[in-house]
Design a protein around this ligand. Structure first.
Ligand SMILES: Nc1ncnc2c1ncn2[C@@H]1O[C@H](COP(=O)(O)OP(=O)(O)OP(=O)(O)O)[C@@H](O)[C@H]1O
Ligand SMILES: C[C@@](O)(CCO)CC(=O)[O-]
Ligand SMILES: [Mg+2]
Length: 316
């Protein structure tokens, strides 16, 4: 029985979330938390995923039609990714993740990248990680109607990546940042939060200024990473969080933990990802771990992943 497996790292947004959607720069890093997508030959196409909000789900996709609105919303990334492939060969697709869905760690990007990587190789194609990134970016934007290249590129390519403003480019940064990261569950998806930000931004000229300020913070953070200046990096985190709070994309629990981080003297802390709850990152320290755990955050393995998506053929 032939199988192909894709191991996809998840990501932490270090700086520039939301602003990057509007042409500002951003920085993200791939981490050791990961998603595993396995494609195995079968007589019909089924998908099973252990960590979806609708619980353990197994769907016969032969008709590629799903009645339930909620189920379709949860499976939209999978469905759109499978629809990308003109050539359909039946397969059993299993998805496992080391973290919960929709907590700011790039699981929507990882699902797409994992299926693109594993299913294309299952069909006999050999895509580069950059080709996987570009295909996946288009699919995520199609599902969400809005979004940047940051998450799909980061989980496809790995490393610490800088996304220059007003560009489709990407630059690998040479640095190894110690991060303490964790997450709490949230109710809104990133797609929903993105739509809210866009609605406000279209009406409010202040948003343009805030987005540009975030862009300046990202440039300073890039310098800090290149100079290994942890003090400056931490200051940029606090400022970036304050600007995200002014956009309305943080949450009381995120704001409280970041404010407490500053009070107890941590070097830096900020929301990470789409917001509305979800992930927080701090400059790595035992005190940061204690703070996040004391607020009920689940700590993540923030070890840098340099490889991006890795594909392997399994014949069993
Ligand atoms: N293990 C999984 N199996 C199937 N679909 C998943 C899985 N994990 C996430 N998804 C899909 O991705 C959606 C979550 O995407 P969302 O963008 O809200 O969160 P995220 O990508 O984890 O966070 P962020 O975009 O802020 O980094 C889920 O609602 C589901 O549709
Ligand atoms: C909020 C956002 O900037 C990051 C989500 O992880 C959305 C995007 O870049 O597509
Ligand atoms: Mg996402």
């Amino acid at each position: 029985m032939r199988s192909v497996e894709a191991l996809v790292p998840l990501k932490l947004t270090l700086f520039g979330e939301h602003a990057v959607v509007y042409g500002e720069p951003a920085i993200a890093m791939a981490i050791s938390e990961h998603m595993r997508v396995r494609v195995t030959e079968s007589d019909k196409t089924t998908v099973s995923s252990s960590s979806l909000k609708i619980g353990n789900i197994k769907v016969d996709l032969s008709s590629m039609h799903i009645e339930s609105e909620q189920a379709y919303r949860e499976l939209s990334y999978i469905m759109e990714t499978l629809n990308y492939f003109e050539r359909k060969v039946p397969a059993q697709i299993t998805i496992e993740s080391t973290v919960d869905p929709s907590v700011g760690l790039g699981t929507s990007a990882a699902v797409i990248v994992g299926i693109v990587a594993a299913y294309s190789r299952f069909l006999g194609d050999s895509l580069s990680n950059m080709e996987i990134a570009k295909i996946s970016r288009a699919i995520e934007r199609k599902v969400q109607g809005i979004g940047s290249r940051m998450d799909t590129y980061t989980v496809s390519l790995g490393g610490i990546l800088y996304f220059p403003k007003n560009s489709e480019g990407v630059e690998r940064l040479d640095g190894n940042i110690g991060i303490t990261g964790g997450y709490i569950r949230r109710t809104l998806s990133t797609a929903e939060i993105l739509k809210r930000v866009k609605a406000i931004k279209d009406k409010n000229r202040q948003f343009e200024k805030i987005m540009k300020l975030i862009g300046e913070v990202v440039e300073d953070a890039r310098e800090a990473i290149l100079r290994h200046d942890v003090e400056l990096l931490g200051q940029m985190m606090f400022i970036n969080h304050g600007l995200l709070m002014s956009l309305g994309v943080t949450s009381p629990s995120l704001d409280e933990v970041v404010s407490s981080a500053r009070t107890i003297g941590l070097q830096g802390c900020k929301m990470s990802g789409g917001g509305g709850g979800g992930s927080v990152i701090c400059i790595k320290s035992p005190k940061a771990e204690l703070l996040l755990e004391s607020r009920g955050f689940r700590l993540v393995d923030s070890e840098l992943n340099k490889n991006g998506v890795v594909i392997k053929e399994i014949s069993n």
